[in-house]
Design a protein around this ligand. Structure first.
Ligand SMILES: [Zn+2]
Length: 376
């Protein structure tokens, strides 16, 4: 067991690393002033971990596709007494072998990528690869925000939201250093309408052995702009949004929230740092303090729009792990929801699903005004 208690300008963390019965890593994080669990002991007898799925290269589009047939058997909307993310109490053993905890991150038992790590060769110019299919290497982790089965990130306390931000920074740093990892993606799917399979408040982290199509596109735009101007594209976009003002939702000292000019979704907001930081690991203490609260409050705004919780996808875009992209691509949140009215969802149909060409029925300026009006 590894115990670390680090205090520094960029990292104020209180965490402990542990291995589950089948060898998966799990890391416990404690709130400020709180303590880590005294006893962490996974008493379950678990089957050995399976082999990774397949990684297939789509020559038609130049994208990778992970094929993970073993995921079909994963836990689907279990009742509360069988929740794998609640604490282990008495004879009831969950994925978290402690009676109480604040925040826990652990390797997914049914990963799309991993458990093995390794390098994925770049395709040759004609699209051929040395060997097909490849093993779907990489790592998938689950981030549990609270031991409380109910609630959501939006209902967390200030301290807890801050601890989750520390956990994200910690995992970004650790995963970025692992063999073959090219991109670390932190996200949360919230709501059954989005396809959530566990109700317990949690998010996920995918550490990919390649740069995903969307990240590649964003990085290319940013790199081109940087080469021409020596400025970061998102920094310039932020400046124009602030100057225009009509789509701003909230402003802080270190971050600003706005609905993007060309929002794709009926509900979409971006949370952008004022300073150029490529990822969570590069944030300083003051930035993390503010980010935790501004992000939590943005989720509260989404939930405040209607009488029932708003389904959303919270996607944290971090720069791919290479020097050129880190200089040009800035960390930001893209929070989206398909909800276009109290009882209506937007589905991705022909134009969006097949062509990636979005049509939005609601103007970003209307969305920004509605989000600003929500009282927190
Ligand atoms: Zn639970």
């Amino acid at each position: 067991m590894v115990v670390k208690n680090i205090e520094s300008e960029t990292l104020a963390e209180h965490w402990i690393s542990h291995r589950l019965a089948d060898g998966r890593e799990s890391v416990f994080f404690a709130d400020p002033g709180s303590t880590l669990p005294q006893q962490i002991n996974d008493e379950r007898e678990l089957d050995p971990r399976g082999e990774p799925g397949e990684l297939r290269f789509d020559r038609l589009t130049g994208d990778w596709v992970a094929v993970a047939a073993h995921r079909q058997s994963r836990t689907y909307l279990p009742p509360k007494d069988q929740c794998p993310l609640c604490p282990s109490v008495g004879a009831r053993h969950s994925e978290i072998p402690a009676e109480e905890f604040d925040v826990v991150v652990f390797e997914n038992r049914f990963p799309s990528l991993g458990p093995a790590l390794g390098r994925v060769p770049a395709p040759a110019a004609d699209g051929t690869l040395p060997e097909q299919p490849l093993s779907a290497v990489g790592r998938c982790e689950v981030v549990v925000f609270t031991s409380d089965h109910a609630g959501s990130f939006g209902s967390l306390t200030d301290d807890r939201a801050r601890t989750v931000v520390d956990a994200w920074a910690h995992r970004t740093r650790e995963l970025s250093a692992m063999e073959g990892i090219e991109q670390v993606f932190i996200f949360e799917n919230r709501g059954q309408d989005i396809g959530v399979t566990l109700h317990h408040p949690h998010g996920q982290i995918y550490a990919y052995p390649y740069v995903t199509p969307t990240a590649k596109k964003i990085a290319e735009q940013a790199r081109e702009y940087y080469a021409q101007t020596q400025k970061t594209l998102l920094g310039q976009i932020l400046e124009s949004e602030i100057e225009d003002g009509s789509r701003i939702v909230a402003r802080g000292e270190h971050f600003t929230v706005f609905v993007p000019y060309a929002a794709r979704w009926p509900l979409e907001a971006h949370l952008v740092p004022h300073r150029h930081v490529p990822d969570f690991a590069a944030l300083n203490k003051e930035e993390k303090d503010e980010l935790a609260i501004m992000y939590r409050d943005l989720l509260r705004r989404f939930d405040g729009l209607y009488d029932t919780p708003t389904p959303y996808i919270a996607a944290w875009h971090q720069a791919p792990i290479n020097e050129a992209d880190r200089a040009a691509t800035r960390l930001h949140l893209q929070l989206t929801s398909p909800r276009r009215a109290a009882d209506k969802l937007k589905f991705l149909a022909g134009s969006e699903a097949a062509m990636g060409a979005f049509i939005n029925d609601i103007t970003p300026e209307q969305t920004a005004a509605r989000l600003r009006e929500v009282s927190l």
